[in-house]
Design a protein around this ligand. Structure first.
Ligand SMILES: CC(C)(COP(=O)(O)OP(=O)(O)OC[C@H]1O[C@@H](n2cnc3c(N)ncnc32)[C@H](O)[C@@H]1OP(=O)(O)O)[C@@H](O)C(=O)NCCC(=O)NCCS
Length: 156
């Protein structure tokens, strides 16, 4: 997490600022507590050789009260290989499958074309431009369980 939070190539498209290692450690503590309090949170993803690709998860949306948000961050060495799409699909399947959620939200910077492409491909629809946490330009996405694409095998 410290590595991802301190990487400008990543953060220029996410929070537009770098986090200190202390901030990363505090966020990690919050994320670990989330598993206890909410029963959900972030997973680490690795490739078939065991290299850490990034993290992604399902979490209470800081943007939309009461909603569950899907988010992902991959290390640049692993971009453009379809991994974000594979990860997002697995999370959508989990959310609407075993977790039985009715709706997911997602947020990305309006100019983050790769992330928007991933969200739309796994079934999200653009719901308008907003400000994320009241300050960052944001493209809001939503997906109902009934919108989930059915033309592919379900992840196991
Ligand atoms: C956004 C991100 C998750 C995409 O990961 P990825 O593994 O490269 O995504 P995928 O390979 O599954 O798909 C990306 C798609 O966007 C397209 N794409 C990539 N860069 C693009 C660009 N600059 N403009 C338009 N499309 C672009 C790719 O061509 C691909 O579409 P295709 O398969 O139809 O060709 C990754 O770049 C990332 O982690 N970025 C930093 C963090 C971030 O932005 N997180 C999201 C914040 S909510």
């Amino acid at each position: 997490m410290c590595e991802i939070d301190a990487d400008w190539e990543i953060q220029r498209t996410v929070f537009r600022r770098l986090a200190s290692s202390e901030e990363s450690e505090r966020r990690l503590a919050r994320w670990l507590a989330m598993w206890e309090e909410q029963g959900t949170g972030f997973w680490l993803f690795s490739d078939a050789d065991g290299n850490l690709v990034g993290h992604a998860g399902l979490f209470p949306s800081p943007q939309t009260a009461g909603a569950t948000e899907l988010g992902y961050i991959l290390k640049p060495a692993f971009w453009k290989r379809g991994y974000a799409t594979e990860i997002a699909r697995a999370l959508v399947d989990l959310a609407f499958g075993d977790l039985g959620l009715d709706e997911l939200v997602a947020n990305t910077m309006p100019e983050n074309a790769a992330s928007r492409r991933v969200l739309e491909r796994v079934g999200f629809s653009f719901a308008g431009e907003t400000l994320y946490k009241g300050e960052l330009p944001n493209a809001a996405y939503r997906m109902k369980s009934t919108d989930r694409p059915r033309d592919r095998p379900t992840a196991t």
